[in-house]
Design a protein around this ligand. Structure first.
Ligand SMILES: [Zn+2]
Ligand SMILES: [Zn+2]
Length: 314
């Protein structure tokens, strides 16, 4: 079922609008529980994640308010309610797969392999985010973007308040590759910094200007991204005394996550004038969106075709 909410046409980039809804590492873990583990009860979310009740309440309320989840009776005619995903919510599967894939590939996760498989063929879906047109993996250096709608800079007080959540807290109940990804870029500011990197921004003052972010917050976030090996600080090739933040291979590999969030935002949040940003895949020459694709049976994968296992460490 789809629960329509009244979201007015927005002229900001879909990533930003989407992240106002999804923003925060806990949100992704709540979505993991709902999408991949079929959790619907407040108490189950709480005990599976070890999250403070108040924080969980805030996340679930935000998801309901934005039509990602809907509250419904757990049993027909019953009074106790659970949290169920809407179509809009289920469509976040590619973003979760992107987060799992990156978290697994770039972190030491051997002790607790998570498997995300295509039910019909058993094919591994990590690395399954591809270009909708040529079905190839997407290298950020092979993408051009064009803004069709002028971006409006608006207040980001919500972002300024959003806290960074430590990995240890996110993994309180069990290790998880989504948690690892989100501990790296799960707070909205870090995510927006990464987005700017994909737009080619490299200098401290340019980040500051484009994001209207306080310099101390920006400095802390950049430092953390460098420590995580996502960015590196390099001297400018020709201008002496100037440093630039460049993405490492590990950072470039994050691209699937913003791409899937853009695709989601374009589908569910864009107004009648269409997506604010048009992406072109240079490799195939087409405008595209990121999709979840099974390389074994060569078809797009939907949420009801997923098998998710956590193999606990012995
Ligand atoms: Zn393509
Ligand atoms: Zn398959």
């Amino acid at each position: 079922m789809t629960n329509f909410v009244n979201i007015s046409a927005s002229d900001v980039c879909s990533v930003e609008r989407s992240f106002e809804i999804l923003g925060g590492a806990w949100t992704f873990l709540v979505l993991r529980e709902a999408l991949l583990c079929n959790v619907v009860r407040f108490d189950d979310f709480q005990s599976n994640l070890g999250i403070a009740r108040q924080s969980l309440r805030r996340v679930l309320d935000r998801l309901v308010r934005n039509g990602v989840m809907v509250q419904q009776p757990l049993q027909e005619g019953g009074s106790r309610k659970g949290y169920f995903l809407t179509d809009r919510g289920r469509d976040l599967l590619p973003s979760l797969v992107a987060a799992i894939s990156w978290g697994q590939h770039w972190n030491d996760t051997d002790q607790y392999p998570e498997k995300i498989l295509h039910k019909s063929c058993g094919g591994d879906l990590t690395g399954g985010i591809v270009c909708s047109e040529c079905k190839e993996a997407i290298d950020p250096r092979q993408v051009t973007f064009e803004s069709r709608i002028k971006r409006r800079s608006k207040g980001r007080e919500k972002f300024a308040k959003s806290r960074y959540v430590e990995l240890a807290l996110l993994e309180r109940q069990r290790p998880c590759s989504i948690a690892k990804t989100m501990a790296t870029i799960g707070d909205p500011w870090s995510f927006l910094i990464i987005r700017e990197c994909f737009y080619g921004v490299r200098r401290f003052d340019a980040f500051q200007k484009r994001l209207a972010i306080a310099s101390n917050i920006l400095a802390t976030r950049l430092k953390r991204l460098v420590a995580a090996g996502v960015l590196e600080l390099r001297a400018h090739p020709t201008q002496s005394g100037i440093s630039e933040y460049r993405m490492t291979e590990k950072g470039l590999a994050l691209y699937d996550l913003p791409l899937t969030i853009i695709a989601w935002g374009d589908k569910w949040l864009a107004g009648p004038e269409g997506p604010p940003l048009v992406l072109t895949h240079k490799q195939c020459g087409n405008e595209f969106r990121a999709i979840l694709w099974c390389h074994e049976c060569r078809e797009e994968v939907a949420i009801d075709q997923i098998d998710y296992h956590v193999v606990p460490s012995s």
